[in-house]
Design a protein. Structure first.
Length: 489
């Protein structure tokens, strides 16, 4: 084991011990001190990645019972929170789309219909990446579209008999950035969204719950605006000297034709997918100003029992039960696909929910809130702006899911100092967790396109910095305009 990794391993418990001793020296209860020990330990390991972040998430299962914070009977249910099954169901639907190449058909169709010139090809890739990342993990979306991007670049370079680094950079960054932005548009699009949903619904039961509908009504317009800004930035920075010579997407057209007409399986999946989105969207009453659209769950004996996660799992079960015509004896979704569920993310969700529960039950959250009482005289907009900037650049260096878990308890403490709706502070922070565009390590899509060796670090940092700042501005604009109308803030 290298000395650097050994230092990181010891850093977590050492910093945790220091935090616990400091709280104890000021007369705080032993339970709060022990919880601070665990929280700081986990935070240090998440930030430094001394060990796999998914393994760090398992620490509460051991440390909470040992330190007398929570019993195993109380902490274990955090790892089966209902939000986790929204994530699982979403993954199973996505795996089915991938198995029958429906995602590829959608992407190629959009690209071929939109892309004619370098600028419209960029737009086509970005729209395809954005749309797919609303429903599929952005890592998978980026990896799927990466070969097509490189093929288009190679084709144009062969036509012009010279390298086109600006076009390659624009297309690759557009692919990565639109994938990250698209993930914010739905509650299932990226892990921080679901983390926030679980945290908010658990801690603010007196307020209307966050669900698929009220999230997409806000986040989709914000994400579309950001996508447009991202496209304009990339076009201005990299395509102004490329020209408008038409690009014949030979390779993409060949791949699309190889798919042939839509199969029975693809049509069936499309129907189930559309019905799933409809069930999510209209599950609860939709209130738009003076207009209320009744939700279908109201016809059930116990509508409060039926959640977005129930819809996700219902759809996954239907896909498993619908028989395939081309693969006898199996359904559209097979057990092989079910076994692909990334258990590490489930651990991460569970560890974060357990951490939040421990912070609340130990009184540490109340202490954090009292320590932030000095913010009462600060304008709320300035607090929101500061949180957005901090989260955007903090996420450049650590997992966006882990950073969301670390900041939400602090943000909850901040909300208690103001009379404003907690969403005013929390939503921009959660979106900022996905607005990290500067460094290859910031997001998996950034890492993937940087690994193509066609994007320079300088271009990613300069372009990413511009988009980071635009993201902060869009966050502020959205939360003080659209959110105020939708959520009566």
């Amino acid at each position: 084991m290298g000395g650097k990794r050994l230092l990181k391993l010891f850093l977590g418990p050492v910093l945790g011990f220091i935090a616990a001793m400091l709280l104890s020296s000021y007369g705080h209860p032993p339970l709060m001190s022990r919880m601070a020990f665990v929280a700081v330990w986990m935070a240090a390991w998440w930030i430094t990645e001394a060990v796999n972040i998914f393994f760090t998430a398992l620490l509460p299962l051991v440390l909470f019972p040992v330190l007398g914070i929570m019993g195993m009977k109380e902490v274990a249910p955090s790892y089966t929170n209902e939000i986790i099954f929204l994530f699982v169901g979403g993954f199973l639907i996505a795996f089915t789309l991938e198995k029958w190449n429906l995602h590829k058909r959608i992407a190629l169709y959009l690209l071929l219909r939109i892309g004619k010139t370098p600028a419209t090809v960029l737009l086509g890739f970005m729209i395809a990446s954005f749309f797919l990342s609303m429903w599929i993990v952005n890592t998978a979306t980026t990896m799927m579209l990466l070969p097509a991007v490189l093929a288009v670049v190679k084709q144009l370079e062969d036509q012009r008999k010279k390298k086109e680094p600006a076009l390659a950079t624009a297309l690759l960054l557009g692919l990565a950035y639109s994938s990250s932005i698209g993930g914010t548009a739905t509650i299932i699009g990226t892990a921080p969204n679901m983390v926030f949903m679980g945290f908010f619904n658990d801690h603010f039961k007196n307020l209307p719950a966050i669900n698929f509908t009220n999230w997409i009504l806000y986040s989709l317009p914000v994400a579309v605006l950001f996508l447009i800004c991202c496209y304009l930035v990339l076009k201005k920075r990299f395509l102004k000297d490329i020209g408008n010579a038409p690009i014949d997407l030979v390779e993409c057209d060949r791949e699309y034709k190889q798919l042939g007409p839509m199969s029975y399986e693809e049509r069936a999946i499309t129907i189930v997918f559309i019905l799933t989105v409809i069930l999510w969207f209209f599950r609860q009453d939709i209130v738009l100003g003076n207009i209320t659209i009744p939700g279908w769950s109201g016809i059930l004996p116990h509508p409060e029992y039926f959640k977005d996660s129930t819809v996700a799992m219902l759809s996954a079960c239907i896909l498993y039960l619908i028989p395939s015509r081309s693969a006898t004896g199996t359904g559209l979704l097979t057990w092989d696909q079910v076994q692909r569920i990334p258990v590490g993310i489930i651990f991460l969700f569970g560890g974060g929910f357990a951490l939040a529960a421990g912070i609340t039950s130990s009184g540490l959250s109340d202490w954090i809130a009292s320590g932030l009482s000095g913010l009462q005289g600060v304008p709320p907009w300035l607090v929101v702006l500061t949180l957005c900037v901090f989260m955007t650049f903090f996420t450049e260096l650590t997992s966006n899911t882990a950073s969301t878990y670390l900041l939400l308890p602090m943000v909850m403490g901040i909300t208690l100092q103001f009379t404003e709706n907690p969403l005013l502070f929390m939503v921009p922070v959660v979106l900022s967790a996905s607005y990290a565009f500067m460094l290859p390590v910031a997001t998996p899509p950034n890492t993937i396109v940087f690994g193509s060796e066609r994007v320079s670090m300088k271009d990613m940092i300069k372009t990413g910095l511009i988009l980071n700042l635009i993201g902060v501005a869009i966050n502020m604009l959205g939360i003080y305009t659209l959110a105020r109308w939708l959520w009566d803030m």
